[in-house]
Design a protein around this ligand. Structure first.
Ligand SMILES: C[S@@+](CC[C@H](N)C(=O)[O-])C[C@H]1O[C@@H](n2cnc3c(N)ncnc32)[C@H](O)[C@@H]1O
Length: 268
């Protein structure tokens, strides 16, 4: 397989390690990790850290920046700056983040945008995110009802509107209101606020799923079904994602069907 490493003398390639240990690493990602002059990584799995170090002896963890400041936002900025400073040494730099490296993972995305502005060759390779695992494990096709995906704290502070006829996915639902690095967090206040927001759209008995994709090949995903009203006592973790199934299917607009020459029986 061709990689761009030999074509130019400087590059920034941001890759994802996926969710499941090594199984989600693509061939292309592995090649970039192996051949980079330097690898920077921020992954949440100790085995993955070891694996990256083995692939490339010039690999360095970004963990020291991830906890450097009280606010995560400031840590993200420090990581973006560190990536750019490292790139400016004119090397082939590979940055590894867990999951998909551009999904709920601002620092490397910002670095790639800035690096491109500065004229560097920079790109992001897609990878498997927690949402991809959720679609597979819960047997959901986002096309069937449409799909909304929000960060849980963002949903609350912006009072975002939900379309209850679509699939709803809520990220970082186990650390509502946490903008720093609280190790053990009582999520019950945030979960109550989330419940209050959701019951504007759904019945309190609506069944939802607290989901954790398996992080190792021999493990099964965690799929806890609960009623909305049980949310404040739910066993959240830092990797929990909440799935809220659609309430109903939206009927077709007759005028639009006629305009497009489609019969409703031809649709899914
Ligand atoms: C900072 S985001 C990172 C997302 C990651 N870049 C991705 O592509 O999946 C962290 C959030 O991702 C979700 N997440 C991470 N690992 C997960 C897992 N194993 N199962 C379910 N959701 C997960 C949770 O919502 C968690 O709070």
């Amino acid at each position: 397989m061709e990689s761009n490493l030999n074509r130019k003398d400087t590059s920034l390639v941001v890759v994802g390690s996926g969710i499941k240990f090594v199984s989600h690493i693509t061939t292309e990602t592995r090649i970039y990790i192996e051949h980079a002059d330097k690898v920077l990584y921020l992954v949440n799995n100790p085995a993955m850290k070891e694996w990256i170090q083995k692939q490339n002896p010039h690999a360095e963890s970004l963990d020291f920046l991830y906890t450097k400041y009280p606010l995560r936002l400031h840590c993200y900025r420090a990581i973006t700056n560190f990536i750019l400073e490292t790139l400016r040494r004119n090397i082939h730099l590979c940055v590894v983040l867990y999951g998909h490296p551009a999904i709920f993972a601002q620092p490397a995305l910002e670095a790639v945008i800035q690096a491109k502005k500065e004229g560097y060759y920079a790109k992001i390779l897609p990878s498997i995110s927690a949402e991809d695992c959720l679609f597979a494990d819960l047997c959901i096709d986002p096309a069937s009802h449409g799909c909304q995906s929000f960060e849980a704290t963002d949903l609350l502070v912006r009072q975002r509107r939900i379309d209850p006829s679509s699939h709803l996915i809520l990220w970082q639902v186990g650390s509502i209101g946490v903008l720093g690095h609280v190790r053990s967090h009582d999520n019950s206040k945030g979960a109550k606020l989330l419940l209050n927001h959701l019951i504007q759209y759904y019945h309190v008995d609506h069944q939802v799923i607290l989901y954790e994709a398996a992080q190792y090949p021999h493990l099964e995903p965690r799929i806890d079904t609960l009623r909305l009203t049980e949310l404040p006592e739910a066993p959240f973790s830092r990797i929990s994602t909440l799935y809220v199934p659609p309430l109903c299917k939206v009927p077709c607009d007759e005028a639009m069907l006629i305009t497009l020459g489609i019969k409703s029986t031809e649709l899914q």
